[in-house]
Design a protein around this ligand. Structure first.
Ligand code: ASC
Length: 150
C-alpha cells in the first residue's frame, strides 16, 4: 500500500530534526556545562552543610536561599551527560553511559534529597536541615563512589 506523501515527508522531517537535548555545539561544552552546574550546586549545598555541621553560624535566610539555589541547580547537570562526552577534561567514568539506568537513579535520588533540604531550610528547622544535609551528601557520595574517577 502506498503511504500518503505527507506521512513520508513528516517521517523524514522527524528523522532529520535535531533532538532538543542535543543542545551543545561541542562535547567539551556539555562537559563544561555539567561541571559548572554541579560546581554552583555544590557551593550552595556546602554553605548549608557548613551551618549544619556548626562550622559556620546558622543564618536561616542564607541557608534557605542557598538550599533553594542548590535545589534548582540540581536539575541542570544531567542533560550534559549526553553520549559522546565520555572523554576529555572529565572525571566521569564510562560506566555512566554503560550503566545509565543506575546513574539516572542516583541523579533522581540526589534531586529528591536536595528538594527535602530546600524545604527544611525554607522552614528554618536546623535539625531537619542536618538530617537532609546528611541524606543529600550521602546521595552525592554514593554516585561519586561508583561513577566518578578519583
Ligand atoms: C560536598 C561535595 C560532595 C558532597 C560529598 C558528601 O560538598 O563536594 O561531593 O558534599 O562530599 O559526602
Amino acid at each position: 500500500m502506498k503511504k500518503p506523501i505527507f506521512l513520508i515527508l513528516g517521517a523524514l522531517a522527524a528523522s532529520l530534526a535535531v533532538p532538543a537535548s542535543a543542545q551543545f555545539a561541542k562535547a567539551e561544552d556539555a562537559i563544561k556545562y555539567r561541571q559548572s552546574a554541579l560546581f554552583v550546586m555544590q557551593q550552595n549545598f556546602s554553605r548549608v552543610a557548613a551551618m549544619a555541621a556548626g562550622k559556620t553560624a546558622f543564618d536561616a535566610k542564607v541557608a534557605a536561599d542557598s538550599a533553594a539555589a542548590a535545589d534548582f541547580m540540581a536539575k541542570l547537570p544531567w542533560v550534559g551527560f549526553q553520549p559522546g562526552t565520555e572523554t576529555g577534561q572529565t572525571k566521569a567514568k564510562p560506566e555512566i553511559w554503560s550503566g545509565k539506568a543506575k546513574f539516572d537513579d542516583y541523579a533522581v535520588k540526589m534531586q529528591t534529597e536536595m528538594t527535602k533540604l530546600a524545604s527544611a531550610a525554607k522552614a528554618g528547622n536546623l535539625d531537619a536541615i542536618k538530617t537532609a544535609v546528611n541524606a543529600t551528601g550521602g546521595a552525592c557520595k554514593s554516585c561519586h563512589d561508583d561513577f566518578r574517577a578519583k
